[in-house]
Design a protein around this ligand. Structure first.
Ligand SMILES: [Zn+2]
Length: 132
């Protein structure tokens, strides 16, 4: 049986297709942080932060295409920095099924949770961006 594990703890609300990226939101000033690893708000120093789910809506801030294999990704592939609707940036690979789709700055995209690689008996769940 295939086990699933998150690529990193405390980053995803769920490992299924309904999963979202988690972020932290300051309960005083509303500043959002991703990843949600801050212990206090760097804007107002408030220490109460709420866990929120990012909507997944965003647009491409910048991107790069690689012609060289990464450890778990076969080239060619595209990675991008995504401006999320909540005001944070997320670094994500483009979903391999959309690799032939043209990519451009400010292009609307969606960040989705899903398997990023698989080993012998383990499915590693992370996230990709896809054209919106
Ligand atoms: Zn704050």
């Amino acid at each position: 049986m295939m086990n699933s594990r998150p690529i990193r703890d405390n980053l995803l609300s769920d490992l299924g297709a309904e999963g979202h990226l988690l972020a932290a939101k300051c309960e005083k000033c509303g500043q959002v942080y991703y990843p949600p690893t801050v212990e206090f708000c760097m804007q107002c120093l408030h220490e109460e932060l709420a866990e929120i789910q990012l909507s997944g809506e965003g647009s491409i801030h910048s991107y790069a295409r690689s012609e060289v294999d990464a450890e778990f990704i076969k080239a060619p592939y595209v990675c991008g920095v995504i401006d999320m609707a909540e005001g944070v940036k997320v670094f994500a690979p483009m979903h391999p099924e959309h690799m032939n789709h043209p990519v451009s700055i400010n292009m609307p995209v969606k960040v989705i949770v899903g398997e990023v690689w698989r080993s012998d008996n383990e499915s590693v769940v992370g996230y990709h961006f896809i054209p919106a």
